[in-house]
Design a protein around this ligand. Structure first.
Ligand code: NDP
Length: 289
């Protein structure tokens, strides 16, 4: 018998997931608020559920791929009677606390529930290098692992329903800030007559060097030791001031370099002038009351 899966939410991500399941021979049921987004999938063999209750009853796990976790309430509330005995896998991004509340709500209505955070863009759905964080009951995860691994590799982070969202948001913290830093540099480059294409190999080298430092930063943070023989915070703070002034002289937005310079300055003021970069962690970390 063909394995079944239901996808609720057909943005770029839900569409890529549904298409991948169809390619892998699954019986795919889809539901989306804007019904026309299912047309191409239906043409490829998906079943369009006319109602949410029908989608919930189609068999197999129900994957939710929505702009945020809380949209689930709006969509499922009219059909809560169909939830007992179903398994919901919410792959919509949101905060850990909203993910925990959503799990509690669904489980309270008799469903099994897994939270998830997809780490790759829609173009990488179905590829072996892709990955998704999951959290929630391990037994539920194991029961559906094979189906979940059709879309990406599956990494169960723990039973706390908030963990998938937490890992996801940690990743997005790096992703967005790193990408914004790249665009900041491109704005400064453009203001000085350098194209993005010209600067690309140099940008990639900067990111590679930053990546190279990550393992030793992890050790320094975990041991609260910040050697500064080769580069201390007095020098680093002067450097971030130079970046800020170069941005200002270039006439581009200075919000990001000003924020970086501010953190570095406060690290020096906190007494870390003679130790290394990772000491900025002491300013960033949660402060004891
Ligand atoms: P979109 O925001 O484009 O679409 C998500 C879906 O949410 C659509 O089906 C949309 O329905 C539905 N939706 C939004 N608001 C409502 C509402 N009020 N009522 C009913 N349905 C609603 O998201 P993506 O497909 O791009 O992504 C899905 C999830 O995956 C998001 O949480 C995103 O953060 C995450 N993600 C996305 C990545 C990406 O590159 N796209 C990468 C990694 C994770 P409708 O079509 O009717 O508007």
């Amino acid at each position: 018998m063909r394995k079944a899966v239901t996808i609720i939410g057909l943005g770029p991500m839900g569409q890529a997931m549904a298409a991948t399941y169809l390619d892998r021979g699954y019986q795919v049921t889809v539901w989306n608020r804007t019904t026309s987004k299912a047309d191409a999938l239906v043409a490829k063999g998906a079943h369009r559920a006319e109602t949410v209750a029908e989608a919930l009853g189609a068999g197999g796990p129900i994957i939710l791929s929505l702009t945020d976790v809380e949209i689930m309430y709006k969509i499922l509330e009219p059909a809560v009677g169909a939830l007992p005995g179903r398994t919901l896998v919410n792959l919509s991004s949101d905060t850990p606390s909203r993910s925990r509340a959503a799990a509690e709500w669904a489980i309270g209505h008799g469903a099994d529930y897994l939270s998830g955070g997809v780490q790759v863009p829609p173009t990488m759905i179905g590829s072996p290098e892709s990955g998704t964080y999951y959290s929630g009951p391990l037994a539920v995860f194991e029961q559906h692992r094979e189906t979940l691994e059709v879309i990406t590799s599956a990494d169960h982070r723990g039973e706390d329903q908030g963990l998938a969202a937490l890992y996801y948001q940690l990743g997005m913290t790096i992703f967005w800030t790193n990408n914004l830093a790249y665009l900041q540099a491109l704005a400064m480059a453009e203001a000085n007559g350098i194209s993005a294409a010209e600067f690309l190999p140099y940008a990639q080298r900067s990111v590679a060097i930053a990546t190279m430092f990550m393992p030793e930063t992890a050790v320094e943070v975990d041991t609260s030791t910040y050697p500064g023989e080769l580069a201390n915070m007095l020098m680093n703070s002067a450097s971030t001031d130079h970046v800020l002034h170069t941005a200002a002289e270039s006439g581009v937005d200075t919000t990001l370099p000003a924020a970086v310079a501010d953190v570095f300055r406060r690290t020096v003021e906190a007494g870390h002038g003679k130790v290394g970069f990772a000491s900025t962690f002491e300013v960033l970390r949660k402060q004891d009351a």
